[in-house]
Design a protein around this ligand. Structure first.
Ligand SMILES: *Cc1c(COP(=O)(O)O)cnc(C)c1O
Length: 374
C-alpha cells in the first residue's frame, strides 16, 4: 500500500538551512556559545522591536519564564487560574508551592471568565494567572479591574499569543508580566525557547539575575535563581525565523479563512471568529463538535480523521483539573467548571501551519463534511 502523507496539526517553521550556516560558522569562530552572547542580545533587541514591547528576557523554554515570573514577584499562597490550558500553566504554580484555584472560562473567548474571579478570592490569594488561549486576548481590562480592587498581581501565560495585537498595541504588556513559548509547535519557534515580558528595567534586571542562578556579578548571588538561559545557536535561529514569521502567519490566516468558509453551513460544527480590532496569529483552529446535531461524537470524528491520516489534536482535553495532581482540589470539581468541561469534550484543533497545501486543507474539510450525519 502506498504510504499516504500525514496531515499534522502543526509543523515547525524552519529558516532556510543555507541562511543558518553562516551564523553557525560565526558562532564556531567566536567560541562564545551561551551566557548572554551577541546573538542572545540581538534576539532580545529584535523581539522588542517586532513585538512592540520595551523589556524582554529570553529563556530556554516557555515553562521557565512562568516559574521565574512567580519567583520574581514573590507570589505565594493561592493563584486563580484556568483549567482550559496546557498543563505547564498550572505546573508552574505547583513547582512554586502555590495552590492553583480554578475558575471557569467564558463561553465566548474560552479564556478565564473575569466575572467569576471575585468569588474565588480568599485571604491567601496573591495573583491571577490567565491564559490567552489560542492567542485570543483575554478581557484584559476586566481582569485588571478585579486585580486592582483586591491588590493582586497578574501573570499572563501568553504562550499562544506571539505577535497578537489589540487596537494596534501588543497584548504582552497587559498585567505585570507575560510569558511566551517558542517551542517547535508554536507559531514562532527557536526549537525550544521562551520569553518573559515585563514593564520596567528593574524587573528585567531581576529576571536576568534569576534566570542565571541569581548571579548579579562575578561572585555575588542575590537570589535562589535557576538556569533558564538560551544558547547562541538557538538565538541565531530565532533571529532568522523572525524574518519568516509574518509570512507564516499570513498563510495560517488564509487557511483559517478557508476553514471558516467551508464549515459555515456544516450543522453541528462551530468555530471561533476573529475578535474585533485584534491582529491574530492563527496559531490554532479549534472546531467544536455537537454530537446531537452533527451525528457522530467528537472522538468518533477525531478517529475518522486519523483513518484518513489527518492528525488533529484535542486541545485542551483532558482539562488540567482531570489530571491526578489537581483533581482532588475543591476548585477542580466538575460542577465548578461546567463550561470548561463542555468545551474540552467537544474540541478538535484542525491542522493549521504554513506547510499545508490547499489540497491538504480540502481533504480535512471533505472529511468533516462527509461524516456529517453518518
Ligand atoms: C506551549 C505552552 C507552554 C509551555 O511552553 P514550553 O516552551 O513547551 O515549555 C505553556 N503554556 C501554554 C499555554 C502552552 O501552550
Amino acid at each position: 500500500m502506498k504510504e499516504e502523507k500525514q496531515i499534522l496539526v502543526t509543523s515547525p517553521l524552519l529558516p532556510p538551512l543555507e541562511e543558518f550556516i553562516p551564523y553557525l560558522e560565526d558562532i564556531w569562530n567566536r567560541k562564545w556559545i551561551t551566557n548572554n552572547g551577541e546573538y542572545h542580545q540581538e534576539l532580545e533587541k529584535r523581539l522588542c522591536e517586532y513585538l512592540k514591547v520595551d523589556y524582554i528576557s529570553i529563556f530556554t523554554n516557555g515553562t521557565l519564564p512562568l516559574m521565574t515570573a512567580l519567583q520574581a514577584l514573590r507570589i505565594t499562597g493561592e493563584v486563580i487560574t484556568t483549567p482550559y490550558s496546557f498543563v505547564a500553566t498550572t505546573h508552574s504554580l505547583w513547582w512554586n508551592g502555590i495552590k492553583p484555584v480554578f475558575v471557569d472560562i467564558d463561553p465566548k473567548t474560552l479564556n478565564l471568565d473575569p466575572n467569576k474571579i471575585e468569588a474565588a478570592i480568599t485571604p491567601k490569594t496573591t495573583a491571577i494567572m490567565p491564559v490567552h488561549v489560542y492567542g485570543n486576548p483575554c478581557d484584559i481590562k476586566a481582569i485588571q479591574d478585579v486585580a486592582d480592587k483586591y491588590g493582586l498581581r497578574i501573570i499572563y501565560d501568553a504562550a499562544h499569543a506571539f505577535g497578537v495585537q489589540e487596537n494596534g498595541k501588543s497584548i504582552l504588556e497587559a498585567g505585570d508580566i507575560s510569558t511566551l513559548s517558542f517551542h517547535a509547535t508554536k507559531t514562532y519557534n527557536t526549537i525550544e525557547g521562551g520569553a518573559l515580558i515585563c514593564k520596567d528595567s528593574k524587573t528585567k534586571q531581576r529576571i536576568d539575575y534569576l534566570k542565571n542562578f541569581g548571579f548579579a556579578g562575578e561572585i555575588e548571588v542575590v537570589a535562589p535563581g535557576i538556569n533558564g538561559k538560551i544558547d547562541e545557536i538557538r538565538s541565531a535561529y530565532g533571529i532568522l525565523n523572525l524574518k519568516y514569521v509574518d509570512g507564516a502567519i499570513e498563510k495560517r490566516r488564509t487557511i483559517a479563512q478557508r476553514y471558516r468558509e467551508a464549515l459555515k453551513n456544516v450543522e453541528g460544527i462551530t468555530y471561533m471568529n476573529d475578535f474585533p480590532n485584534v491582529r491574530h496569529n492563527y496559531s490554532y483552529f479549534p472546531i467544536f463538535v455537537d454530537e446531537s446535531s452533527y451525528g457522530i461524537s467528537r472522538d468518533a470524528l477525531y478517529e475518522k480523521m486519523k483513518e484518513e491520516n489527518i492528525y488533529g489534536r484535542r486541545y485542551f482535553y483532558p482539562l488540567i483539573t482531570d489530571f491526578s495532581t489537581y483533581r482532588g482540589l475543591d476548585s477542580a470539581k466538575k460542577e465548578n467548571l461546567p463550561i470548561a468541561n463542555k468545551v474540552a469534550s467537544s474540541v478538535i484543533c484542525l491542522p493549521i501551519h504554513p506547510d499545508l497545501t490547499s489540497s491538504d486543507v480540502e481533504k480535512v474539510i471533505n472529511c468533516i463534511v462527509k461524516w456529517k450525519s453518518h
